[in-house]
Design a binder for this molecule. Structure first.
Ligand SMILES: *[C@@H]1O[C@H](CO)[C@@H](O)[C@H](O)[C@H]1NC(C)=O
Length: 148
């Protein structure tokens, strides 16, 4: 009895944890549907590489920065400039509640990411993309993905 309870508790926790993760090709499909393919000159591979280096494909990832701001979601969008976290001062350029950037449907996060990549510097606004994805061959990120 106790053991069964423990097992169901553990599998429940695991399910919640994995709920934050999105499969690479599923992400490619959503990004394609939301017309990020070639948006501002960046390929789906650029977006997949960005999502990997920023969040490891974890939609619910939140990270606190040393300046007290927070990064949200699969693209780790920063609260200082882009979204409102109701804690620290924010420019809130995307006009969005930071919590919405954690939504599993990804729509708010994609809209905000479009704004970021359309601004000066493009994808270079993400330091991790600059360091790990820029000027590298990236097409392997799409390996095995069928956009349907
Ligand atoms: C995803 O991020 C959340 C919040 O940062 C964290 O609690 C969770 O463990 C992460 N999931 C995985 C599978 O790493």
């Amino acid at each position: 009895m106790m053991r069964a309870l423990l097992i169901s508790l553990v599998s429940c926790l695991v399910a919640i944890n994995q709920a934050g993760l999105i499969n690479r090709c599923d992400l490619a499909k959503v990004l394609h549907e939301e017309e990020l393919d070639a948006f501002e000159g960046y390929s789906l591979s650029d977006w997949l590489c960005l999502a990997f280096v920023e969040s490891n494909f974890n939609i619910s990832k939140v990270n606190e920065n040393t300046d007290g701001s927070f990064d949200y979601g699969i693209f780790q969008i920063n609260s200082r400039y882009w979204c409102n976290d109701h804690q620290s001062h924010s420019e809130n350029i995307c006009h969005v509640d930071c919590q919405e950037l954690l939504s599993p449907n990804l729509l708010s996060t994609i809209n905000c990411a479009k704004k970021i990549v359309s601004s000066a510097g493009g994808m270079r606004n993400w330091a991790a993309w600059r360091m790990h994805c820029a000027d590298r061959p990236l097409s392997y990120w799409m390996t095995g993905c069928h956009l349907g």
